[in-house]
Design a protein around this ligand. Structure first.
Ligand SMILES: [Zn+2]
Length: 220
């Protein structure tokens, strides 16, 4: 049986979002992220949504039992019956255990956890090399998608060259910090699923279409 209930893990810049988008479209299964669930529950004014809102308004983390309750309701919706991709949840082994219990209760056990693995030096290069033009907003990457040599520049402002700037989020210090936070918070989760023999590691240091075909092969 092909795998249709999975968790995707990957550091910022690993390309998890791109892979999830393709999977959703090709397998017709939803990607379920806690951010989206929270926003939806709050806008619909459900009981759990209102509870979550009170925590968010105070700027504190929404407690596990509220998040898990929301995930449970979301998984019970019709579009999730044939499968799903969980994104950004669980974040901790405690949440992972609660999720396991919940899924067993639903008769929909988790089938695989796929880690899109990219060496950190590579992730840092991917993220810090991004530049966009302050004038035409075009996005480049210094190494992987370099701006055209010029002049003349094939831009919408032919009178002057593109003015390439880096987003503050893509600065080296910010990117490095985010990688460290990700690594620290995700390592226990990876260990948890490795122990359960559900972890599959995919070499993400390749072009996205290659990574995707590997991913599809792995899911069967
Ligand atoms: Zn430009």
């Amino acid at each position: 049986m092909p795998i249709r209930r999975l968790i995707l893990l990957g550091a910022p810049g690993a390309g998890k979002g791109t892979q999830a988008q393709k999977l959703m479209a090709d397998l017709a299964i939803p990607q379920i992220s806690t951010g989206d669930i929270l926003r939806a529950a709050i806008s619909r004014g459900t009981a759990l949504g209102q509870e979550a809102k009170t925590y968010m308004e105070r700027g504190v983390l929404v407690p596990d039992e509220v998040v898990i309750g929301l995930v449970e309701q979301r998984l019970a919706e019709a579009d999730a019956a044939t499968g799903w991709i969980l994104d950004g949840f669980p974040r901790t082994p405690v949440q992972a255990e609660a999720l396991d219990a919940l899924l067993v209760g639903l008769g929909q056990p988790l089938e695989a956890v796929v880690l899109i693995d990219v060496p950190e030096a590579q992730l840092i290069e991917r993220l810090t090399g991004r530049r966009s033009c302050a004038i035409c907003k075009r996005i480049y990457h210094l190494r992987f998608n370099p701006p055209p040599p010029g002049p003349p520049y094939p831009s919408e402002h032919p009178d002057r060259p593109c003015e390439l700037v880096q987003r503050p989020d893509d600065a080296l210090e910010v990117v490095s910090k985010r990688q460290a936070v990700y690594r620290q918070s995700t390592e226990p989760l990876i260990a948890y699923y490795r122990e359960q023999k559900k972890l599959q590691v995919l070499d993400g240091d390749r072009p996205p279409e290659i990574v995707y075909s590997e991913l599809r092969r792995l899911l069967g």
